[in-house]
Design a protein around this ligand. Structure first.
Ligand SMILES: Nc1ncnc2c1ncn2[C@@H]1O[C@H](COP(=O)(O)OP(=O)(O)OP(=O)(O)O)[C@@H](O)[C@H]1O
Ligand SMILES: [Mg+2]
Length: 210
């Protein structure tokens, strides 16, 4: 939505009708994108577990790692896993993979010079617990309460180009809010466990399959 607002205000400042049209076209694309995202969010909300099956969380994690490994290695990011056996939940595997992917992309974007990501799984009998730890730049204290808000981002707004301080990353600010919705649908919790300039850890808990 930041991109829509930005480009509509730019268009209003333009005298040249061609430039105005160009800004409005970008705003239109951004709003179409936002509509698509919202309708996908609504689809998630509808799927309240009817299609849930046994999902091995370790398999979901390994699938995502396989997908991104080359790109992460090219960016000097090492991924380490410590996975305990029998991490089974009732769920939708593609959605769980989406959440893991969102966390890993955030970690990557927090480590523009490279670093390490550690993913652990364990269980306390009631829940499967997943920790995703990175050695990235961390989250400013005053922003910690806002990171799960839809459209909250500190990255360059998609379509607005690269802002100062955004490194090479752009964001819509939906990764964590979508992840939160997915984990809630799984009767679980996702939270920021800790974050400092040395790194950030997120924790996911989902009830174990009976
Ligand atoms: N591992 C992390 N390290 C540092 N900051 C983080 C981390 N994860 C999230 N953040 C902060 O939380 C904000 C919100 O994250 P979220 O994934 O919802 O949106 P985004 O990454 O900015 O955009 P999108 O995920 O839609 O591409 C980020 O902009 C960033 O400031
Ligand atoms: Mg993100």
């Amino acid at each position: 939505m930041g991109a829509v607002i930005g480009h509509v205000s730019l268009a209003l400042e333009k005298m040249d009708p061609k430039e105005m049209e160009a800004s409005l076209e970008i705003a239109l694309m951004a709003s179409e994108r936002a509509c698509g995202i919202v309708s996908r969010l609504q689809d998630f909300a509808k799927n309240k577990g009817e299609n849930f099956i046994k999902v091995n969380v370790n398999d979901a994690i390994n699938n995502v790692i396989r997908l991104i490994q080359k790109d992460f290695i090219n960016n000097n990011i090492k991924i380490k896993t410590i996975l305990q056996p029998d991490m089974t939940i009732m769920g939708d595997q593609p959605q769980i993979e989406q959440v893991i992917l969102n966390l890993l992309i955030n970690s990557k974007q927090a480590m523009p010079k490279g670093g390490t990501i550690e993913i652990d799984t364990k269980s306390d009998n009631a829940s499967v617990i997943v920790l995703v730890k990175d050695t990235g730049k961390g989250i400013d204290e005053e922003l910690k309460v806002r990171i799960f808000e839809p459209f909250f981002t500190t990255k360059g707004v998609v379509g607005m180009g690269k802002e100062y301080g955004s490194q090479d990353a752009e964001g819509t600010g939906l990764g964590l809010s979508v992840s939160h919705g997915i984990i809630e649908n799984h009767n679980g919790t996702i939270k920021l466990l800790e974050s400092s300039p040395q790194g950030t850890t997120f924790e996911i808990r989902i009830p174990v399959a009976k």
